[in-house]
Ligand binder design. Structure first.
Ligand SMILES: Cc1ncc(COP(=O)(O)O)c(C=O)c1O
Length: 445
């Protein structure tokens, strides 16, 4: 799959001539590489999921999916749930339902978001209009949303990026003035709340993902949450048309890999295998939505039973400590949660113009381009020539740090140090002169 645009430079690709002047921040030991996210699975869950993938038992599978649906309904205050093979599939269904209900084909999406959102728009056969974001909060920019609504958009997608909540009720109010619907894509909303309510509980149609790095993970899967009963009949019809579930071997194998190799001591191994494409952002063309795989459903049931509250608390505490450190770094601006919200801290995002990422520390760039720059998506883009400076700034300047429980204790100081060194040539020279300077390498693989 070709890359859609030149990726932003990371600390791994130090330009020729610079190694001698670019000191490396140091992971806990030289071999270690901090994974950007973690997926937790108990070995017992993996064995059970393997068994579900191997043997089909229709009655047991039906009971399992019914139990998962009940749990998700309770968790997200939904009337109906469709379990799918990915968050992308769930979003594709949500957009198809919303566009059909609105008898429309114009859908507005953030110009800066996960490329899977573009895939879902293409899968729903919508015409995409892009709206801009306020880069310091990731909030939809009100004027920009107003503009796409004036252009006849009837469905607006909201995405809480990296666990930073969006004021979805405010957006719904704005959309309602034009008779438009909001679809809440809470794939990255784990642990985030707005006005005391969880992300994924606001819109008539919401979507969650259970893929890698989403907090609640099962090797691959998603759910469409139906909150407005007027969609229930159409949702049932759509769910009957889903392709049947796969066994789930792919998902269970992926989960084993994430669990086994997603630790700082071992992550370097999968990260160095180009075939796995870890850390790459690619646009995948749409595929027909499928029901959640059997093995993935078995994992998801356990993940839902497990108390994720502790992990969310833990993430918040770590992100809080890192925030305090980074707040004092010149030129670094933390993304602020919108008023009345609590971020889920899935990762810690901040603007750091001119600073490179440092994959060895799990410090990664954001998305490499706006959705408007994805060549293979152009055919699905409506011609709307809005200025999108917020999205462009995010492409240029966003970095995100990991917050998961396998992050080494001293990562905060390491990240701070990296950003200070990156931001100051003078600091770099001082650092190199210091007898305590860390081991330096030219590249960080
Ligand atoms: C905002 C957003 N929407 C949708 C998706 C798609 O989810 P999945 O990876 O489960 O297909 C993602 C995945 O990263 C996402 O970040």
């Amino acid at each position: 799959m070709p890359r859609v645009s030149e990726p932003r430079r990371t600390g791994m690709d130090v330009p020729a001539g610079s190694p001698a002047t670019t000191p490396a921040a140091r992971p806990p030991h030289r071999w270690a590489r901090v994974p950007p996210s973690r997926s937790y699975f108990h070995p017992r869950w993996l064995i059970e999921a393997g068994r579900s993938a191997l043997w089909t038992d229709s009655a047991a599978d039906r009971l399992l999916t019914a139990e998962i649906k009940e749990r998700l309904k309770a968790r997200y205050d939904a009337h109906g749930v469709i379990l799918t093979d990915s968050g992308t599939s769930a979003l594709t269904l949500a957009l198809s339902l919303a566009l059909t209900a609105q008898r429309a084909n114009r859908v507005a999406v953030p110009a800066y978001t996960c490329f899977s959102v573009a895939t879902a728009v293409a899968g729903s056969r919508g015409d995409a209009f892009l709206y801009d974001l306020e880069p310091k909060t990731f909030s939809p920019l009100a004027e920009s949303v107003e503009e796409v609504l004036r252009q006849g958009v009837q469905v607006v997608v909201a995405c809480p990026l990296y666990g930073c909540p969006v004021d979805v009720p405010g957006l719904m109010e704005q959309a309602a003035r034009y008779g438009a619907l909001v679809v809440e894509d809470a794939a990255q909303g784990a642990g985030a709340t707005f006005a005391g309510r969880a992300s994924g509980t606001f819109a008539p149609l919401s979507v969650v993902s259970f893929g890698r790095g989403k907090g609640l993970s099962c090797g691959g899967g998603g759910a469409l949450l139906v909150r407005d009963s007027s969609f229930l009949r159409a949702a049932r019809a759509v769910s009957r048309r889903l392709l049947p579930p796969n066994s789930g071997w792919k998902e269970v194998t992926r989960a084993m890999g994430e669990w086994g190799f997603g630790r700082p001591g071992l992550y370097r191994i999968p990260a160095s295998l180009p075939a796995l494409g870890l850390g790459e952002t690619r646009y995948d063309p749409p595929t027909p939505p499928r029901a959640i795989a059997r093995g993935a459903a078995a994992l998801l049931r356990h993940a839902l039973e497990d108390d994720l509250g502790t992990e969310e608390e833990d993430r918040r505490e770590r992100a809080g400590r890192m925030r305090e450190r980074l707040a004092s770094v010149p030129g670094v601006e933390l993304i602020r949660p919108v008023s009345g919200s609590v971020p889920g801290d899935l990762r810690l995002p901040f603007l750091a113009p001119g600073r490179r990422a440092a994959p060895q520390l799990g410090l990664m760039p954001g998305y490499p381009s706006t959705l408007g720059e994805i060549a293979d998506f152009r055919a699905h883009l409506a011609v709307n020539r809005l200025p999108l400076p917020g999205a462009a700034e995010l492409v240029r300047s966003l970095l995100t740090a990991p917050t998961h429980p396998w992050v080494p204790e001293d990562l905060g100081p390491q990240v701070e140090r990296w950003l200070r060194m990156e931001g100051s040539a003078e600091g770099t020279r001082d650092e190199m002169a210091s007898p305590d300077a860390p081991a330096r390498t030219g590249t960080y693989r």
